[in-house]
Design a protein around this ligand. Sequence first.
Ligand code: NAD
Ligand code: DAU
Length: 357
Amino acid sequence: MKLLITGGAGFIGSHVVRLFVTKYPEYQIYNLDKLTYAGNLANLSDIENAPNYTFIKGDITDAKFLEDMFAEIPFDGVIHLAAESHVDRSITDPMSFVMTNVVGTVNLLNAAKNSWQANGAGGTSAFDGKRFYHVSTDEVYGSLHNPDEFFLETTPYDPQSPYSASKAASDHFVRAYGNTYKMPVVLSNCSNNYGPNHFPEKLIPLMIHNIQTNKPLPVYGKGENVRDWLFVVDHARAIDTVFHKGVLGETYNIGGFNEWKNIDIVHLLCATMDRKLGRPEGTSAKLITYVTDRAGHDLRYAIDANKIMNELGWQPSLQFEEGLEKTVDWFLANQEWLDNVTSGAYQTYYQGMYANR
Ligand code: NAD
Ligand code: DAU
C-alpha cells in the first residue's frame, strides 16, 4: 500500500501520519504538505526517520506538480486533509480558501483519477483496490438553533462562512467524481478537534497561551456559542477506521457527543491552568474579555455519530476533562514548540485580528 496523506504536517494530519506510520509498518506513507503557516514538520519529529515515511513538499493548487507526482509514485490510496482551516482567516481572505480547499481538492481528484485510469485495467475496474478519502468538517451543515437537533449524514448542506462554503464545495466535488467517474470515494465530517499540536489561532490553544502569558482572553460575543469537541487522536483513530472499513460512496459523521459553550470551556481552562501553574484560584478568569463577535458566527454544532459507532464500531477513547488535562500538560511541556509557532508571522496575525476588536 502506497498511501498519500495530504496536510500531514498540520494539526490533525500529523496525528494521522503518526498513527499510520506506526500502526502499519507494511505501508509506505507519503506526507504531501505545502508547509504554510499551519504546517510544521516539528509535529512529526518523532517519526521523521521511520523507514516507511516520506515527506514531499508541494502545493495542491499546482495541478502539474500533482500529475507529475502521481506519475512517479503509484499511490493506492489518498487521505486528503490539506486545507486552509481557520474560519476567521476565511473572513479576511476567502480566495485562499477557494484556491486550496476547492481548486486544490479538484486538482487532487483529477491527478488520482488520471493516474489510476492510466495504470489500471479499462472501465471502472481501473479503480479496483484504490480509495480516495476526503476529510471534511461538520461546519458544512450550518448552524443549529433547536436544542434537540443534531447533524446527521443526511442533513442538508447550509454552509455559513467562506471556510465552510469552501469545504462544502470540495465535498460536492468529491461526491460528483464518485458519481460521474465511479471513483472510489469515501468522506467524513468531524466536529471540533483539540489536543497536542493545535495551532494557537484556535480557541483552546489560544486561551492556554494567553493564560500562560497573562494576556486578555478574547471571548467572541457572549461566549454562548456551542461546539462539540473531540480529542484529535480519536479523530485520527476514526480516520483509520473509515479508511479501512468505510463503505465506498458513504459519508460518516465523527464526534464524541460532547457539547460545550465557549465560555464554559474558557472557565474550565482558567481553573485547570491556575491549578497547574500554582496560581490562586480565580486568577486566570480575571483575564476573560468579551470582544466583538465573529461575523456570521454559527451558534451551535452537534454531531450525531451513531452511524460510525454502530456500523464501523468506532468509539471515542477519552472523556473531555481527561483530554483537556492531557492537552494543557502537552502545551506546558512543549514551550519551545509554542514559542516557535507564536513568533514571527503569528504576531502580525494576532495584532490584525485582536488589537482593535
Ligand atoms: P491545519 O490548518 O492545522 O493544517 C492544514 C495543513 O494543510 C497544514 O499542514 C498546511 O501546511 C497544509 N496545506 C495548506 N494549504 C496547502 C496546499 N495548498 N497544499 C498542500 N498543503 C497545504 O488544519 P487541521 O485543523 O489539521 O485540519 C485538517 C483537515 O481537517 C482540514 O481539511 C479541515 O477542514 C478538517 N477538519 C478540521 C477540524 C478541526 O477541528 N481542526 C475538524 C473537522 C475537520
Ligand atoms: O467544527 C469543525 C471546525 O472546528 C473545523 O472545521 C475548523 O477547521 C476548526 O477551526 C473549528 O472551527 P471553529 O470556528 O469552531 O473553531 P475556533 O477554534 O476558531 O473557534 C471555536 C469557538 O470559539 C467559536 O465559536 C469561536 C470562538 N472563539 C474563537 C477564537 C479563536 C472565541 O470566542 N475567541 C477566539 O479568540
